[in-house]
Write a protein that binds this ligand. Structure first.
Ligand SMILES: Cc1cc2nc3c(=O)[nH]c(=O)nc-3n(C[C@H](O)[C@H](O)[C@H](O)COP(=O)(O)OP(=O)(O)OC[C@H]3O[C@@H](n4cnc5c(N)ncnc54)[C@H](O)[C@@H]3O)c2cc1C
Length: 394
């Protein structure tokens, strides 16, 4: 039987990504999910390097940033990491747990296939290669979604179209623009979970280190994280930097401890009579190439070091301070920080307070998780919350 697009749907979901697919498969009603990509779950399929870091053993509101840090709690409590694990187990999808608590699939495609199958079983019709262009309401209060392949009417609408990161995978500004056009407040979106770019002088200085990585402790405001840092041609990246980028705001200072666990001043003082340069003395703790670049003019033979040299060297090793020029752009950022202001949304249902029948899920909302499976868990929990409320609407 061919699908009759002219009969209004119970629900239209814009975005066949993580939260849209979870929503579609979690309630039974005649619904349509549209996506401009030729396949559903494009971002999911490549997430976690193709293994989809779908959640984490340790999920709390503290792992998310938002103007309202409490907003995510209800949905996360109603649909937990263990609920998603149960779904995988019931459908024989293999997964594994890392010592860090991160939960991965063996193959991200398994999760995409499961979510698509589940959505189809719950009466969802897929309309792919179809771009949402605008949203209106008709005289009867139905939503009219204007698409590249005609208008579609629905009683309820779910905006599950994600953020702006990774345009190559289908991300774009539609969700933010449509929400703004409907009068919703937007927290200005910015790229996050990406590397820092350095100011020009510092970039020139560290560019030869590109490709080198080491464990560091990094601090920005009240946020501190210990993990790997990778030097890049633009500045720095790696897990510790990506996590920090989520909490950084323009103009803010970042401090890196390149020798976590070592008091550099005490160590250098202990070796103050050595003939070796500081960078060579530290060879067992940090690569001399990195130490040389960090220390610069403070890399002197220990025996010749003045008190000023000692303090400068120790500061550059234990508390290297800089102000990032910015965050690598949308093409590299894993997520979008900001989005639809959570004040507009009921935290238990994801329904828009001022526009009944309009639901917003996933990354489009001003809820952004840390690296480690938190963003996908938010997609599952928010998609599920919307579904449970939609189920009640006849
Ligand atoms: C490379 C990469 C790897 C990642 N890995 C992980 C990971 O391992 N773990 C983790 O927790 N998070 C990861 N993330 C983040 C995570 O994938 C997202 O936060 C999550 O997918 C957001 O779900 P969503 O439903 O809000 O949006 P998405 O999953 O992005 O889905 C939105 C969908 O809407 C569609 N769309 C957008 N605009 C339109 C339009 N105008 N018309 C029609 N369709 C439209 C898009 O094509 C897309 O399919 C990763 C992100 C990237 C970029």
């Amino acid at each position: 039987m061919t699908e009759d697009f002219s009969t209004p749907y119970h629900t239209v979901i814009i975005g066949a990504g993580a939260s849209g697919l979870m929503c579609a498969g979690s309630f039974n009603a005649r619904k349509l999910i549209i996506d401009h990509n030729p396949r559903p779950g494009a971002k999911l399929a490549v997430s976690g390097g193709g293994k989809c870091n779908f959640s984490n053993l340790n999920i709390t509101a503290a792992h998310y940033t938002s103007q309202n840090k409490h907003f995510c709690k209800n949905a996360l409590a109603a649909y937990k990491n263990t609920d998603f694990l149960k779904l995988l187990d019931e459908n024989c999808v293999p997964w594994q747990q890392l010592p860090s608590g991160q939960l991965f699939a063996q193959n991200a495609q398994d999760i995409v296939r499961l979510l698509v199958r589940r959505a189809q079983q719950a009466n969802t019709y897929f309309k792919l290669n179809t771009q949402a262009l605008g949203i209106k309401k008709d005289g009867q209060g139905l939503f009219i979604v204007q698409t590249s392949r005609g208008n579609i009417k629905a009683q309820n609408l779910v905006l599950a179209c994600g953020g702006l990161s990774f345009p190559a995978l289908g991300a774009g500004p539609f969700g933010v623009q449509a929400a703004r056009a409907m009068g919703l407040n937007i927290i200005e979106p910015s790229p996050a979970l990406a590397g820092f770019t350095f100011p020009r002088a510092l970039k020139q200085h560290t560019a030869p280190l590109a490709g080198n990585s080491l464990p560091v402790q990094i601090r920005c405001g009240k946020f501190t994280y210990t993990g790997p840092l990778l030097f890049t041609h633009e500045g720095i990246s790696g897990p510790a930097v990506l996590q920090t980028s989520l909490f950084w705001h323009e103009g803010e200072q970042v401090t890196v401890n390149f020798l976590p666990g070592t008091d550099a001043l005490a160590f250098l003082r202990e070796h103050k009579n050595a003939a070796k340069h500081f960078s060579a003395l530290l060879a067992e703790k940090i690569s001399p190439k990195i130490a040389k670049a960090l220390l610069a003019e403070a890399d002197v033979p220990a025996a010749n070091a003045t008190t000023a040299h000692l303090h400068l060297a120790a500061q550059r090793l234990n508390a290297f301070v800089f102000v990032p020029e910015g965050i690598s752009g949308w093409t590299k950022a894993e997520v979008t920080r900001g989005g639809v202001d959570t004040k507009e949304i009921n935290p238990s249902t994801m329904q828009c307070r001022r526009i009944p029948g309009l639901f917003i899920t996933g990354e489009l909302l001003d809820v952004t998780g840390m690296l480690g499976g938190y963003n996908l868990q938010w997609a599952w929990s928010s998609g599920r919350a919307a579904a449970k409320a939609l189920e009640q609407i006849f």
